[in-house]
Design a protein around this ligand. Structure first.
Ligand SMILES: NC(=O)c1ccc[n+]([C@@H]2O[C@H](COP(=O)([O-])OP(=O)(O)OC[C@H]3O[C@@H](n4cnc5c(N)ncnc54)[C@H](OP(=O)(O)O)[C@@H]3O)[C@@H](O)[C@H]2O)c1
Length: 327
């Protein structure tokens, strides 16, 4: 099968398309014939091994010392189950599925565990659209619902609202009953307003100092706002959630946990099949719309990584694998 591999960390052109054996599912695994996948900010981070210095050694030990231990890249996928292991009970060949894997989705076939983040794909969405949902959707859901614990009527500010996480966060914060404001590039203001932001600020002109005490939750999906710079925009018990962080962010988190008041929270998103089913239901109801920057063939993976590295991606960058279902 054709698969994209990363055998050493580096710039986009370390990626190769290789012919590899088709994977065989174990007893509790299913094999998916991938129709669409994406290049996420997470894929680009792993390929370039971009991580805060404090995580360098643990991340190398986990991911692989000179290059990823699992060389086939890719996390998000949508496609059709074409084989299942003997002990699989919840999926059958022919099922349309979507999900988020640790690696391996940039390939014609992908094997995932039955109890991992895989679920029936949303009816009415193309494979392109289904593949665009899990990474941003799960991250936004976990950070807003479980980490920040957004409540009905709260004011939420999403920074980086046009990216994969931000575009989902705007929609999910609205779904959780919040009033949503956004910060994004000038060219994306109409997009984020169409997703449900009541106010969208051009990031070049936005001044957090003008919004003292305004937000119950600030979700920074752009790594753009240091805790000191937006602290005054938080309400007295507001939560500032950092998706990209280093030692300084962790120090802020520890310090602000010591007494009641404004909190800084850093963390890593997880999310499983139940969360994916939650997103699927919202997508089927039209409450969560996939945002797609562009669709490229798998063979254009180097170009795709360059675009993600630019930091200007809007929503998801989709790669087609084989024919896919029409968008
Ligand atoms: N901790 C975790 O578990 C976790 C999980 C998922 C993602 N992340 C991190 O979260 C971040 C966002 O991920 P993503 O997948 O959404 O990225 P993405 O799709 O590549 O989006 C990046 C977006 O950020 C916006 N942006 C860039 N600089 C900005 C600035 N100064 N102010 C406001 N917006 C800015 C860009 O939009 P404009 O052109 O409109 O500015 C772009 O749309 C990444 O750093 C990723 O590594 C962390």
């Amino acid at each position: 099968m054709r698969a994209v591999t990363c055998r050493r960390y580096g710039p986009p052109d370390v990626l190769r398309i290789e012919d590899l054996p088709r994977p065989v599912p174990a007893a509790r695994e299913l094999r998916v014939r991938v129709a669409a996948t994406t290049v996420t900010s997470g894929d680009a981070r792993i390929r370039g091994f971009r991580c805060p210095a404090i995580f360098w050694l643990p991340m190398r030990l986990v991911l692989g010392l000179r290059g990823p231990r699992r060389p086939v890249t890719g996390m998000e996928f949508a496609g059709v189950v074409d084989a299942v292991g003997d002990a699989v009970t919840r999926f059958s060949p022919g099922d349309r599925v979507f999900g988020l894997a640790a690696a391996g989705a940039h390939a014609e076939w992908l094997v995932v565990a039955e109890d991992s983040a895989v679920a029936p794909a949303p009816a009415g969405l193309s494979d392109f659209e289904a593949a665009a949902l899990p990474f941003g959707g799960l991250s936004a859901l976990i950070f807003l619902r479980d980490v920040a614990k957004v409540k009905q009527g709260e004011r939420v500010l999403v920074i980086g609202a046009a990216g994969a996480v931000g575009a989902s966060a705007v929609q999910l914060a609205r779904h959780l009953g919040a009033e949503v404001a956004a910060v994004c590039g000038a060219g994306n203001i109409n997009l984020v307003r169409s997703l449900g932001a009541t106010v969208a600020h051009d990031r070049a002109a936005w001044d957090s100092g003008q919004e003292e005490g305004r937000y119950d939750v600030i979700l920074d999906a752009a790594g753009a706002a240091g805790p000191a710079s937006v602290r005054r925009a938080l309400a007295p018990r507001g939560r500032h959630v950092l998706l990209s962080f280093g030692v300084a962010g962790m120090a802020w988190m520890m310090l602000t946990a010591l007494w009641p008041g404004r909190r800084v929270i850093c963390g890593f998103a997880g999310g499983g099949a139940a969360d994916l089913r939650f997103l699927r239901d919202l997508a089927e109801a039209g409450t969560l719309l996939p945002v797609i920057d562009r669709v490229l063939p798998l063979e254009a993976v180097v170009e795709a990584h360059r675009h993600v590295d630019s930091g200007r991606k809007r929503g998801a960058l989709v790669l087609t694998v084989g024919a896919g279902r029409p968008a």
